[in-house]
Write a protein that binds this ligand. Structure first.
Ligand code: PMP
Length: 346
């Protein structure tokens, strides 16, 4: 027996190579075979580990970062968490400029991971010096040897998925994938994965999932940013009110929109039917699959891969809270879900 201890060098070695898992009960009445790429298996519990590690390592290769350098980004979401995690291991300072709308939970989580958090007023325009964009830009300019991840406008976001998520799915499906369905936020995941897969087989259909209240679908169809499309919605991480350059619209065949309510119910259904505790946008992508199935997009030979971007634990006070669901009015149309699953023994 070899005497070397079988251990990973550090947590970063576990980024990527996430499992592809067959969807069973939730896909029972759909035509085709459905597989989920479950990104919650990354050590930071989301697909954003991939871009954080890739963008930081590219900057290291280019000699921009040295020990003690600073990494800056504007997000309280998954990307912030992943950057904080990579920064800890590699010995960088992590600064996150976030909106004052961010929940205390999220801010506490980022601070627990060693990040310095700047809380910026939510209701100022993007060019106001107090906005989180401007604060991040200023800190980047003032801090020598720093990098600004800028995930919505960074081509390396696409490249990270082109180099990892795409090849993994191609290999895991043994080239038999026919459809890729993924949420589009920055667009990095869907663009990079699609670019790789379409290079292997241009017939693969790639469908982006967008939110009502976001401009992406209309922009894809008309090449125009229609501000009339913009209104507030609840799903975080999906859709946008601007056009990110990290989205390669040529790699996406079509977009489909989903509602907050149906996506929330579908996320809860994934947990109950597949035992996978995944995030709100995983519900959105599965909701899109149901709608596409109704439109006749798939047939019995289809091998459909969906990307589940993150873990359900980040949504305990949202989709996995009955109180929150009730407050949104989401139990009205599916009242059977409001049935108590807790019994108090007195
Ligand atoms: N789901 C969640 C929960 C996210 O945080 C994001 C990233 N904004 C996405 C989906 C979309 O991924 P991408 O930014 O690569 O389009």
């Amino acid at each position: 027996m070899e005497d070397k201890i079988d251990a990973y060098t550090n947590i970063l070695e576990l980024i990527g190579n996430t499992p592809l898992i067959k969807l069973n009960r939730i896909a029972e009445n759909l035509s085709g075979n459905f597989y989920a790429k479950v990104e919650a298996f990354n050590p930071g519990h989301s697909s954003k580990d991939r871009i954080a590690a890739y963008i930081i390592e590219e900057a290291e290769r280019k000699g921009i970062l040295t020990e003690g350098s600073t990494i800056i980004e504007t997000t309280s979401g998954n990307t912030g968490f992943s950057i904080a995690m990579v920064s800890i291991i590699k010995g960088y300072d992590c600064i996150l400029a976030v909106s004052s709308k961010s929940s205390q939970d999220k801010i506490d989580m980022l601070r627990s991971m060693g990040a310095k958090v700047y809380i910026c007023p939510a209701h100022v325009s993007a060019d106001d010096p107090r906005s989180y964009y401007q604060v991040a830009k200023r800190l980047h300019e003032e801090t020598k040897g720093s990098i600004y991840i800028n995930q919505y406008f960074n081509d390396l976001n696409i490249e990270a998925h082109y180099k990892t998520t795409g090849p993994e799915i191609w290999k895991q499906t043994r080239g038999k994938i026919t459809h890729l369905i993924a949420c589009s936020g920055t667009g990095g995941t869907i663009s990079g994965t699609s670019r790789y897969l379409k290079e292997q087989n241009p017939d693969i259909q790639v469908i982006g999932v967008d939110a009502y209240g976001s401009v992406l679908k209309k922009y894809h169809e008309t090449q125009e940013l229609d501000t009339n499309e913009i209104y507030p919605y609840r799903i975080e991480g999906l859709g946008k009110n601007l056009i990110p350059t990290a989205t390669d619209f040529n790699c996406i065949d079509e977009f489909i929109k989903v509602t907050d309510e149906e996506s929330a119910h579908t996320a809860r259904e994934i947990a109950r039917s597949e035992g996978m505790f995944v995030g709100y946008t995983s519900g959105a992508v599965m909701q899109a699959v149901k709608q596409l199935d109704e439109e006749g997009t798939f047939n019995e030979d289809s091998n459909v891969v969906v990307i589940f971007p993150d873990h359900g634990s980040r949504y305990m006070s949202k989709v996995y809270s009955d109180q929150w669901m009730n407050d949104q009015g989401f139990f009205d149309s599916k009242s059977e879900e409001a049935v108590q699953r807790v019994e108090f023994i007195k």
